[in-house]
Design a protein around this ligand. Structure first.
Ligand SMILES: [Zn+2]
Ligand SMILES: [Zn+2]
Length: 235
């Protein structure tokens, strides 16, 4: 563990931070404040990819055009405001203690979602080797393991892996993200016949979801579910 990350963790043990990840209000336990939970429950989402829409259509234009490979996806909240800052700190600034807040956010989203079937395992989206080395921790795994504990489902960190390193994708236009991610993931043969919940921090364009889903399906998994803390795309 890096020195900064260690200090952050100690500080959190001494002075536990209890803020709503969406608005920053003080909360008594990790997770959303009642107002933000209500907002998350009342937002309109695409029934397939879970991204947020202004229109009342059940399915977003993107999913109508390209039917997803996964069964369904869901995001807790839009990628904006305090949640955006918190996710950036969690991912890039050693603030790994946010895992408790983010796992609580994911758990509430899972309960609100009521997805179409039970799951056999939770699998976090793996970072590329270069990113992982730079950061020193697998941020998705840190959230996913707490969620797995809460749901009483095994966490299978090795079932999805990178087979090709991709450059940072956040500045790339949509088509290039899809091109970069194509064939970037592999899956273990152990996924055969399994119903898997993939966990990631942010849904950006769906390129990662596509790469993970196709790797799992290729090894015989059922069409997976996908849960994220936030979604950046709107329609
Ligand atoms: Zn709030
Ligand atoms: Zn959609």
């Amino acid at each position: 563990m890096s020195y900064r990350r260690y200090l952050n963790e100690i500080w959190q043990l001494l002075y536990p931070q209890r803020e709503c990840p969406a608005c920053g209000a003080a909360v008594s336990r990790p997770g959303l404040c009642p107002a933000c939970r209500h907002r998350s429950q009342s937002l309109h989402r695409c029934a397939l990819c879970g991204t947020f829409g202004e229109s009342t259509a059940a399915i977003c234009p993107e999913c109508r055009e390209y039917r997803p490979l996964f069964a369904a996806a869901y995001a807790a909240l839009p990628y904006e405001g305090r949640l955006r800052e918190l996710l950036l700190d969690f991912k890039y600034n050693n603030q790994t203690y946010h895992r408790r807040t983010l796992a609580a956010l994911l758990l509430a989203a899972w309960q609100d979602w009521q997805p179409p079937y039970r799951i056999d395992a939770i699998v976090p989206v793996p970072s590329s080797a270069a990113r992982l080395e730079e950061r020193g921790y697998e941020h998705t795994q840190l959230m996913a393991e707490l969620l797995a504990e809460e749901l009483g489902v095994p966490l299978e960190g090795g079932w999805l892996f990178r087979i090709k390193d991709t450059p940072p994708l956040h500045d790339l236009p949509r088509q290039q993200r899809f091109a970069q991610m194509r064939g970037s993931m592999g899956a273990s043969p152990q996924v055969r016949g399994k119903r898997i919940l993939i966990v990631d921090d942010i849904w950006t364009t769906g390129a990662t979801a596509l790469a993970c889903s196709s790797a799992l399906l290729e090894q015989g998994a059922e069409a997976p579910l996908l849960l994220t803390c936030a979604a950046g795309a709107t329609w």
